[in-house]
Design a binder for this molecule. Sequence first.
Ligand SMILES: N[C@@H](CCC(=O)N[C@@H](CS)C(=O)NCC(=O)O)C(=O)O
Length: 248
Amino acid sequence: MGETVRLLHHPTSQPCRAVHQFMLEVGIPFEEEVVNLMDGDNEKQSFKDEYNPTGQVPILCDGDFVVWESAAIGFYLNEKYDAPGNWFGATPQQRAIIQQYLHWHSTLLRRGAGAFFYTHFAECIWGDRDYSKEIEKGRHTLDESLGYLETWLTKSEYLCGDEISFADLMGYHELVSHVAGAILGEADWKEFPKVKQWFDKITARPHASTVNAMIMQVGQMRQDGQMIPMTRKTSLAKGTEITPGVPS
Ligand SMILES: N[C@@H](CCC(=O)N[C@@H](CS)C(=O)NCC(=O)O)C(=O)O
């Protein structure tokens, strides 16, 4: 496993951006491969067989070793490159709190991605339909999540303590998509001022603007009423549907 690791990702994907920013911040040398999610390249059987049976990104390849799920990728890279202790915790307690966040994240804040997906991407995939129920569900989940983030950020500067961790990058990049798509705006920031402060602090970090460039551009295009060309006919945000298996 002496070769450079490969990150298979897409810059519009929240968990991909979190891993990408982590790698840039830690200074991990890597090759990147953008997977064409817009045309469903990730759903080809050959892709699933080679990389990830779920077809999702991010995916990390280290020689013959392949790992998917953003938190598992971060965990692996943290150990392999002996990243500074703030990222995944320097003590058993810190490590537990970061893991605690990451588990919570995938059951709640991540599901709020439906608000962005059904507001902006669903129309580009399935055309002009009524997505209001899905948007409402995503928005409800997002609001519930923001309440928790605000509480935690009242107690410490970052989500798991006074130093930035991988948990912050995961939470932050969910919100970046919502900001890009104007799902989150001034009224929300007034309601969740600590979240706003924290969001701005992470935005000011090196690499955030590079990692965010495409989603900001895509979000602006959608706000301007432009379509994103996509030939896929399946969801990019699985798990946010109202009825499982039914796109809209
Ligand atoms: N729990 C996974 C979620 C990954 C995920 O949702 N990836 C999306 C992009 S944001 C994806 O690959 N969607 C394409 C698809 O499902 O076909 C992680 O954190 O890595």
